[in-house]
Write a protein of this length. Sequence first.
Lengths: 595, 249
Amino acid sequence: MSEYRAPIREMQFVLKELAGLDEVAQLPGCEEAAADVVDAVLEEAAKFAEGVLSPLNVVGDREGAQFQDGQVTMPKGFKEAYKLFAESGWTALGSETEWGGQGLPKLVATPVSEMWKSANHAFALCPLLTGGAIDALVLSGSDKLKQTYLEKMVAGEWTGTMNLTEPGAGSDLAAVRTRAEPQADGSYKIFGQKIFITYGEHDMADNIIHLVLARTPTAPEGVKGISLFIVPKFMVDDAGRLGARNDAWCASIEHKLGIHASPTAVMAFGDKGGAIGYLVGEENRGLEYMFIMMNVARFGVGMEGVAVSERAYQRARDYAKERVQGTDIGVRGSVKVPIIVHPDVRRMLMSMKAKTEASRALAYVVAGAHDKAVHHPDAAVRKQHQAFVDLMIPVVKGWSTEIGIEVASTGIQVHGGMGYMEETGAAQYLRDARISTIYEGTTGIQANDLIGRKMARDGGATFKVVIGLMRALDADLARHDGLAAIRRRFAAGVDALTSAGEWIVATYAADVRAASASAVPFLTLFGIVAGGWQMARAALVAQARIDAGDSDPFYPAKIATARFFADHLLSQADGLASSVTDGAAGVMALAEEQF
Amino acid sequence: MKILVSVKRVVDYNVKVRVKADGTGVDVANAKMSMNPFDEIAVEEAVRLKEAGIATEVVAVSAGIANCQETLRTALAIGADRGILIETDVELQPLAVAKLLKAVCEKEQPQIIICGKQAIDDDANQTGQMLAALMDWPQAAFASKVIVANGKATVTREIDGGLETIEIALPAVITTDLRLNEPRYATLPNIMKAKKKPLETLTPEALGIDVSPRLKTLKVAEPAKRAAGIKVADVAELVAKLKNEGVIA
């Protein structure tokens, strides 16, 4: 059996050495994030993830959420675990102190949420969605709405949802048809059906606060006519007490490939006369508000990729050490050996480890930049970091989640036939990971966001700044002979990314279809080079520690992993760049009828 | 009523320790360290007594290197009110720890000191008993249930072959067994608050205690590897083998 163990040592390394925890802790409003407090938070979160959430992961997968007569019953143990989770204050970690939160920076919330996701992906979706709803309310809600809902949501007593998708409006939200009719008292009546609503109905909390996209009667067509509403499951009076059941009902839940414990609801609003809703912010600006929280949610989903990679790696590693099969290929008359001795199994484990560490480092660095973008006293510095975050979020979301699938799949391969058996536990990770490249915008949508909004719009200005940061590492790498191979591969990777990026920016204006056809290969290239960037930085830190006489085996292992990443991942950069610049014609070569 | 709790920083129970190549001890460099699980039970019990309105203050005490502060912070996050670290780089043996705790008891005047029955690193199971003797206080070791009332503690002890319930006058030493309670998960607000709780640092010298080791470790070795098994045809062969190997007479 393989039990999840939070990789605290690795997390601390990335937080402190790569993502700038100390700098973040200096920012106004982030003073609580001192390294020793963060260490204590990680230790205790690890206990909770390992002791409470991880044991429910398989139970949740096998039992699944159950639907009957409009009610959803969670798998055994989930309700109790959620209660303990909320009572322990974990739902409040990143929220503002004004509403009862701890106000810890995103950089601290990120490794903690990684633990929840590694331990139990399906469970972790509930606080993720609630967090998104809280963000939307904090940013755009009226004082009355904030007073009514925020404290309970931050405390985890009530959970939140995001109701965007409809049967005819998935990736294209312009097609939203749900109606909102203004009432005399300033509220609205909501009518319509929403699908794929994560935790739209469940029995873990007393109330569920739905955030719903809908159109008012006078709204213009398209994305500029969508407004955001709050629709509680139970009405809340001025004293904060729960009242009548609102006309927002779960019609059914979906049968899915993975995340079986996460109830994916079909929500019917207004079938019995109209669901009472309250406008968030101003009319027709709903999508704008949604996008603010979508960035948060996209980062959160990107972390699912990191988290599942870690979990799949741990299980494969534990199995490879235990499973005895075959002899050592280089040794005549060898005894039977554990499969971790075999070079190809090693290669698989190294690829899993390297991808996990690179995607984690990149995500945490973006989280640290997010904190600087929010809290730095200098507006120019804030702006600079916000631009970096905006550029990198589609990379973190798109690349890390694709990595998650790859690593979970390799994890099954390490197990051989046993990996294909559900009892082994490796298969669940692949099934669970499969959704992460789809929801909150598919990889294709992330790639289009990257090349369009994030690169073409500013003429590649932010992209060039990032390339500059990458190139600046070369001088440091050049000082260490032991890092020469990493340096060479990384420099070549940056060259490939630069030329592909320039092509994207130029082509986007001239031939947007060609640029779009190359968007996903470009996102992959960006992910690999950015991951290699962080691995090279990690190798430099490790080398400095070794040179200073530190004998911790963590450091040589880090350099070896960075070297593997350079030789096995960064080495793909040239090929990917060629796909970007030469591949578009092939993508669009056939006429529709030829398919 | 004040309760003192002793907490020790040990190698985490999940870590598979390895003996150093020179056989002088166990390699703990870079290993994950945490609070001795029996001490966690001790802290939990003390905090529960406080929550029940019986204790008014819970003071956690640790002795060892500066990093033991982390272990004290864990105790503070569970609910102890303040911490005392007796800082020293000397390898501390049970008698030295008992003497240090005695000095702290004299200073703090607790009604109860709760210790883990043993630490999972050296498994000595001595400190609590030695402390009781040094203080000339009653002791109740291996507690699986503790009731405090009217200046007395009624303690159910796990003993060979069953349970024994005794009543002891306070002040007294109690050591915890595994089934006394199940320690809680520290809440996030309490983890954050722990940093702001007072933590006093003392030294053995300041307390006037000589902590130099009395015992010398001659050799530390890994347990013998289990030899491969064999199959026997029947019971008769099994009995014969066991007799041959000297396992049975």
